[in-house]
Design a protein around this ligand. Structure first.
Ligand code: FMN
Length: 440
């Protein structure tokens, strides 16, 4: 058996053009679309609904926000935090993960918010801890430019230590609830943390009581060495970008080693590997869909969007609009999502042009193609070959998400996976963390 998560690139417009968009261009801001998504994913047996977040209107590409706003590329984007309790109210079991940035939230605010959300979701919140990618985000929060990659992770480690200290500031048994004496809490079991680091200071104790999970589920997505260490020390969930089952095994083995180094049980980390499902009524329809997506890459809009994405992934340091599309691929690596950027630039080593690169395969996870039955068999084969019950993190093709996409996945693919008992058919745990270690 394996797990499933759905990755959505933020609380932002999804499929807003084309025949299945409905009135999404305006509907996305309200609650109903997202409630339908969360409920659908739960019906399908997903373990989690995972929401990326970033806080900027990028203007690196071409030195203007025109492309960003023309295609709604990562902007506009609403704050996903308020969606968390809303979605948990309309579902009963699925984990709801929202992204939290270590440069946007002071540790006290993050710890307090995380604990509050844990209460409001009755133990189903997860926080995806990120260091943010681009200079524009850092500038929105008062910094002149973003911190260098290594420093960002040092900061994130310290941030996590401070947040953990605050979550630990209420000992077990601190809540007395003696109605006779009366005594609400025992002050001897609630402690200041007096955290003093290079980047953050916080006195504590937290003024919220621990939530049902003790601390929210922690997720981490950075695949560089410091990203992996951050996950190995702190995360329950990790996102992996790999292209093959062999890479999955290698990734898993590396994480197992790192967890052991930090004295943790490797079983406590659940890795979700990014995947795309090109699903059709039958195999031929799935293949056609895949081919349509490949052909679409040469559309001028797609080329511009891919170049835009590369500029963002570089951390807002490289303007890919400046380069000759038919010339060599600039090999400079930015300060942003280094793992993703390296995967993108891998084509440079093969002597390809920038045009070849942006019209070529995405290198952003694994692709599965065919009918629901075929994809279920392919997924099963991959997971069996790795001999680890990890999970797939499914993202819509080109971040496509409409109610049609949802139905294809939940009532098509998931129903098939459930019939074959490859994914859960129910949730026996009380909390998100408990369910991560359970299968039905
Ligand atoms: C699948 C995936 C999801 C991510 N989600 C976010 C996000 O929501 N917000 C954000 O600022 N960065 C996000 N990132 C960026 C990472 O958290 C990390 O900061 C970045 O990839 C740099 O890490 P690396 O150099 O260790 O790969 C994501 C990265 C990946 C691969």
């Amino acid at each position: 058996m394996f797990k499933l998560g759905w990755f959505v690139n933020g609380y932002s417009p999804k499929t807003w053009t084309g025949p299945w968009a409905g009135n999404h261009a305006s509907e996305w801001t309200g609650p109903n679309f997202w409630i339908d998504v969360a409920r659908g994913l739960e019906r399908g047996g997903f373990d989690m609904f995972f929401m990326e977040d970033s806080a900027m209107v990028e203007d690196t590409y071409g030195g203007t926000a025109e492309t960003t706003l023309k295609y709604a590329e990562m902007a506009p984007k609403n704050d996903p935090m308020p969606l968390v309790p809303l979605l948990s109210t309309f579902t009963r079991h699925i984990g709801i993960v929202s992204t939290i940035s270590t440069i946007q939230y002071h540790p006290y605010m993050a710890a307090r918010l995380g604990a509050t959300l844990d209460h409001l979701t009755e133990g189903r919140v997860g926080l995806n801890v990120v260091t943010s990618v681009s200079h524009r985000v850092a500038q929105n929060y008062g910094y002149e430019r973003h911190f260098d990659h290594a420093e960002r992770y040092q900061m994130a480690e310290e941030w996590m230590d401070a947040v953990n200290a605050l979550w630990g500031s209420w000992e077990e048994g601190a809540l007395v609830h003696d109605l006779e004496e009366p005594r609400f809490a025992d002050h001897k079991k609630v402690h200041p943390v007096d955290f003093v680091g290079k980047y953050f200071r916080t006195r504590g104790p937290l003024n919220t009581v621990p939530g049902p999970q003790g601390r929210p589920v922690i997720a981490q997505a950075g695949g560089s060495a410091p990203g992996r260490d951050l996950a190995a020390r702190n995360a329950d969930v990790m996102l992996g970008l790999v292209k093959s089952p062999e890479d999955m095994v290698e990734f898993r083995a590396d994480m197992d080693r790192r967890l052991r180094e930090y004295g943790r049980d490797p079983e406590d980390l659940h890795i979700f590997f990014m995947a795309h499902a090109f699903i059709g009524e039958d195999d031929a329809a799935g293949k056609e869909r895949y081919q349509r997506s490949v052909d679409h890459r040469t559309h001028p809009d797609e080329i511009e969007k891919r170049l835009w994405t590369m500029s963002y992934t570089s951390g807002g340091e490289i303007d890919y609009a400046k380069y000759d599309r038919h010339g060599p691929i600039p090999t400079e690596l930015g300060n942003g999502e280094t793992t993703t950027h390296k995967l993108m630039l891998a084509a440079a080593a093969e002597g390809k042009t920038l045009y070849d690169l942006v019209t070529g395969p995405m290198n952003y996870g694994m692709d599965f193609v065919g009918s629901a039955k075929t994809i279920a068999a392919q997924m099963d084969e991959v997971m069996k070959s790795t001999e680890r019950p990890d999970g797939f993190l499914i993202q819509g093709i080109d971040d496509e998400l409409s109610r049609r996409t949802l139905t294809e996945i939940t009532d098509g693919l998931c129903a098939e996976l459930q019939r074959q008992r490859l994914i859960r058919t129910g949730y026996s745990g009380r909390t998100f963390r408990e369910n991560l270690s359970n299968w039905d």
